[in-house]
Design a protein around this ligand. Structure first.
Ligand SMILES: [Zn+2]
Length: 135
């Protein structure tokens, strides 16, 4: 079973907000009809689409956000690669050349974690746009 549409939209919104702040328009969300197995397509500028789906097996909205962050990140890395030639998304503000941040829990909320120093960098949905301009 898939999650309700409003649950899906609420959970994916913070992830897409972070992407839009750093790479405006990198992915366009197109919701699928209620009867579809997928919940939405994410379209990048080259016209490649990634189907996304949120199951209903999560226990909290935090888990739902983390699940979608993982899925959006895969599509976002491809999309950002097409724009910048580097698929590092989201880049850590302090270690922009390291591996991308990864979604995980921190103090009961959904955060982006730095793989370099194992630190919670920003809550998903509040990642600053500054990282995109760091070299
Ligand atoms: Zn870092």
């Amino acid at each position: 079973m898939k999650a309700k549409r409003e649950e899906f939209e609420r959970a994916i919104a913070p992830v897409l907000a972070d992407l839009d702040r750093q790479h405006p328009g990198a992915l366009r969300l197109e919701l699928e009809p209620e009867e579809s197995e997928l919940q939405a397509w994410l379209w990048d500028a080259d016209g490649s689409g990634t189907g996304v789906y949120l199951g209903d097996g999560w226990d909290s909205e935090v888990d739902a956000v983390l699940e979608l962050a993982d899925k959006v990140q895969e599509a976002a890395i491809e999309a950002v690669w097409g724009i910048t030639g580097s698929g590092n998304w989201p880049a850590c503000p302090e270690h922009p050349d390291a591996a991308p941040l990864s979604p995980g829990r921190h103090r009961g909320a959904a955060f982006w974690w730095c793989p370099q120093d194992r630190r919670a960098v920003a809550e998903i949905g509040s990642l600053s746009g500054i990282a995109a301009t760091l070299e």
